[in-house]
Design a protein around this ligand. Structure first.
Ligand code: PXP
Length: 239
């Protein structure tokens, strides 16, 4: 069974637009779980533009929620994450001026730093994942770094699908990378820019075990409500 991780960062974006308390990300986390989400993803960004430390602490303290905390390699963020103690972490690249995480990690440049971080979380029995571009070379390095999982950045694929361009080559690339990683005993996840159509296409790839979807779920909920949208994604990924 494939799992659905719901990224609730943009619930916090909406709350922060007014600087008050509504909508509450913790309530959202509990709600999406009640509608079938298998895990909750949150990104504690260095600029705290959406999820803040208190949100992360409260969400991770809920024993019945499987929380996947996305973190950069920044020392303070890593230390905070170790204190917060999520169930899972995903290391992502982070640039201050980007609107969203634009690509996967540069593993060649950051391999020593990343290996150290992976080891710190492994010692605490926290599942580790690396957000990577769909490239065989990056999967080979991921294996050497000892990560439990990789999350394939699906941004390029999603954009091709959305703009009605030919996506077959990129779909095949993701399929090949997923198989390659899975054969190396690395669990494969996928995320970024996914909507109903791109998720449906990727759900045919047997090796992808988890989807992490955020912006589309929260924005589509403006029209149809979180309940319908989360349930629809659960149906799509059920293969
Ligand atoms: N997975 C990872 C590792 C992310 O950093 C993000 C957010 O950029 C997502 C999934 C969700 O992406 P989106 O909000 O585009 O669905």
């Amino acid at each position: 069974m494939k799992r659905l991780g719901v990224n609730i960062d943009h619930v916090a974006t909406l709350r922060n637009a007014r600087g008050e308390f509504h909508p509450d990300p913790i309530t959202a986390a509990k709600f999406v779980k009640s509608q079938g989400a298998d895990s909750i993803t949150i990104h504690l960004r260095e600029d705290r533009r959406h999820i803040n430390d208190l949100d992360a602490k409260k969400i991770c303290s809920k024993k019945n929620l499987n929380v996947n905390l996305e973190i950069s390699t920044n020392k303070n963020i890593v230390q905070n994450a170790l204190k917060i103690g999520p169930k899972y972490i995903c290391i992502v690249p982070e640039k201050r001026n980007e609107v969203t995480t634009e690509g996967g990690l540069n593993l060649v440049k950051n391999k020593y730093k990343i290996k150290k971080i992976i080891n710190m979380f492994k010692k605490k029995k926290i599942r580790t994942s690396l957000f990577i571009n769909p490239r065989i070379k990056d999967i080979i390095i991921s294996k050497k770094l000892g990560t439990d999982c990789v999350e394939i950045h699906t941004g390029y694929f999603s954009n091709l699908v959305k703009s009605r361009k030919n996506f077959s080559k990129e779909l095949l690339n993701i399929k090949k990378c997923s198989k390659f990683a899975s054969d190396l005993n690395i669990e494969v996840h996928a995320g970024h820019g996914l909507d109903y159509r791109s998720t449906k296409l990727l759900s045919k790839i047997r090796e992808i075990k988890e989807f992490n979807i955020g912006h589309f779920i929260i924005s589509e909920s403006v029209f149809f409500g979180l309940k319908k949208v989360v349930r629809k994604f659960k149906k799509i990924i059920k293969n």
